[in-house]
Write a protein that binds this ligand. Sequence first.
Ligand SMILES: [Zn+2]
Length: 145
Amino acid sequence: MADPFSPEKRSYTMSQIKSKDTKPESAVRKYLFSRGLRYRKNDNRYPGHPDIVLPKYKTVIFVNGCFWHSHEGCSNYSVPKSNTDYWIPKLAKNRERDALNASALEKDGWKVIVVWECELKKKLQAQRLERLYEEIVHPPSEKSC
Ligand SMILES: [Zn+2]
């Protein structure tokens, strides 16, 4: 058997992968929408261009790939064994940038929620999304200062 994908199918698949509306993000968006939440997508006005912005709840959500965002302790994340001179600083830089973006947003009064790609696997997704909704709508009471 030759390549199971026709060239058309393959380029379609690749374009899906490259598109901004990646699958894990759209799963989160669809769910929140179905629960009646309205949001903005990939808003360039905020540090790190959060995937989902919920102005009403002063909440931003990042849907992070475990590899690119160094999900510590996650089985999807491991430093590549070759080209380590390239990857280690690159991944460290991503991580640093994520932290800076999050603290800039928090300083502005935003709540920052990270949803990891691995949390959106079929088995875990429903539970994670339910929890996410609760985090947005009923955040654990915080002391006001
Ligand atoms: Zn992960």
